[in-house]
Design a protein around this ligand. Structure first.
Ligand code: FMN
Length: 465
């Protein structure tokens, strides 16, 4: 089997909306430091390629039920700087939003963390659109939103120029002659874009990796284009293998059109494995998690402000094609009821059966609540044993659908422990993960070459956007 890129998408209070409610789960962000350190050590022992920290520059009650992991979180650059000190080999990827960040400060922090970690840092550059993030940075949202992609492109260009400020061999450091810095080895940045102006040079040496690997995540044509033109890793949300395969093909075709070697663009998909010692255990666990997801009907006087409107029987009703007003969410879906459902309703019944083992004719039939959860928890879930998960990974890899996965954990710390103690050994046994780290830097883990400095070449070869 070919090697896949496997990273951990770190969400300290769990990636499943009700994960934090599970007995024994880590649920108080004030204790994140210990969970982060433990996650990092386990991931490294398991030979994962990187830890990946997403981000969101705002918070509010609306996130409590939709994306509880976003309510309160450690700043990603701070997290990776900290974890660099408690790990030795694993890559460390942090998210930065180019709409609001200052490029000189980001170039400086990332070059510093790359140096401090021995070349293990990576950067996920996003251009998300939340009016609260704009308000938090004193920026007019309409303006920020209109120019976010132009700014994103400039941001990456200026980062790369800043990282190239010093030549790799700039420091002669010859104590006898008194020459510290070779003449001509420090280059001004002189970047004048529409949105960003940076004089440079950067006051940190060229990163160990030359340029940090850049990740882009998103599904719109604009996000895809920006990923294809210059990213090292594209994180794409894919519903199934066929979808992932078509997205990867499209991205690689765009990369080729942009004049790149398309093999240098790696495509990874997020995945949320729900892992058990047996398939029945895993399904039982998935079942308990879905029962812990609250739906609007759980509040007789209506859900709290910010509750996701879709998570309700009122929303399920048109999906299944049956009137559900006044019906209990815990009504069992019998074969007679399921027979009245339209195509989407049938699909939801199948999803619930696959994840929880509940079937309309079985001993444990699904309830309407299970269908609401299946319709509204939008995560790429695989439920099963270590072998089931490894089979799925291999199937996607063998089909050329992805170059790897970003692994989410439904409940922390137990499900990440299950991934590292059960699934990772299976992946190593199959050669999907290496038995030992083969490279030193994140670039090497990803199978990517170290880029030359743009100042090292007499002719600008167009390798960068
Ligand atoms: C799998 C995945 C993960 C993402 N993670 C983040 C994130 O952590 N923070 C963020 O601000 N945006 C995140 N995004 C959003 C994208 O980076 C992008 O900015 C957003 O989709 C808006 O892009 P659009 O203009 O293509 O709609 C993620 C997107 C995907 C598909």
């Amino acid at each position: 089997m070919t090697r896949l890129i496997i990273g951990a998408m770190v969400r300290p209070i769990g990636a499943y909306p009700s994960g934090w409610r599970y007995p024994g789960a880590h649920r108080d962000p004030r204790g994140d430091a210990a969970v982060l350190r433990r996650t990092a050590r386990l991931a490294e022992e398991a030979r994962l390629d990187y830890l990946f920290f997403g981000d969101w520059l705002a918070t509010g009650y609306d996130l409590e039920h939709q994306e509880p992991h976003l309510v309160a979180r450690v700043d990603p650059l701070s997290a990776i700087a900290h974890l660099a000190a408690v790990t030795e080999r694993i890559g460390l990827i942090a998210t930065v939003d180019s709409s609001y960040a200052d490029p000189y400060a980001v170039a400086r922090a990332t070059a510093s963390i790359d140096l401090l970690s021995g070349g293990r840092a990576g950067l996920n550059l996003v251009t998300s659109a939340d009016p609260r993030a704009a308000a938090n940075h004193g920026v007019d949202f309409e303006v920020a939103n209109a120019v976010r992609y132009e700014r994103a492109i400039e941001f990456e260009r200026v980062l790369r120029r800043l990282w190239d400020s010093f030549d790799d061999d700039a420091f002669v450091a010859d104590a006898s002659s008194g020459v510290l810095l070779a003449p001509g080895s420090l280059h001004p940045t002189d970047f004048r874009g529409r949105h960003l102006q940076v004089a440079g040079p950067l006051n940190v040496v060229r990163p160990v990796q030359g340029h940090l690997p850049i990740v882009r995540s998103g599904g719109s044509p604009r996000s895809q284009l920006i990923a294809a033109q210059s990213a090292d890793l594209a994180l794409v949300a894919a519903n199934d293998l066929a979808h992932a395969a078509s997205v990867r093909e499209e991205l690689r075709a765009l990369a080729f059109e942009a004049g790149r070697d398309d093999r240098t663009l790696k495509v990874v998909a997020p995945v949320l494995p729900i892992i058990g010692e047996t398939r029945e255990h895993a399904q039982q666990f998935a079942d308990e998690l879905s029962e812990l997801v609250q739906i609007a009907e759980d509040w007789p006087d209506g859900p709290p402000a910010g509750f996701p409107a879709t998570r309700s029987l009122a929303n399920l009703s048109p999906l299944v094609g049956v009137e559900l007003q006044g019906v209990s969410p815990d009504l069992a879906v019998t074969p007679q009821i399921a027979a009245q459902f339209g195509a989407t309703g049938q699909q939801l019944v199948e999803i619930v059966a696959e994840r929880t083992g509940r079937t309309p004719g079985g001993l444990r039939p699904p309830t309407l609540r299970h269908l609401v959860v299946a319709a509204t928890v939008n995560a790429p879930i695989i439920v099963g044993t270590a072998a089931d998960i490894a089979n799925e990974f291999e199937a996607w890899g063998d089909a050329g659908a992805v170059d790897g996965f970003n692994v989410l954990s439904a409940v922390q710390p137990t499900q990440f422990e299950a991934f590292t103690s059960l699934v990772a050994p299976e992946l190593r046994r199959r050669g999907v993960l290496p038995a030992a780290y083969e490279g030193e830097t994140l670039r090497e883990h990803l199978g990517l070459a170290r880029p030359e400095s743009s100042f090292a070449r007499p002719v600008y070869a167009g390798a960068f956007i």
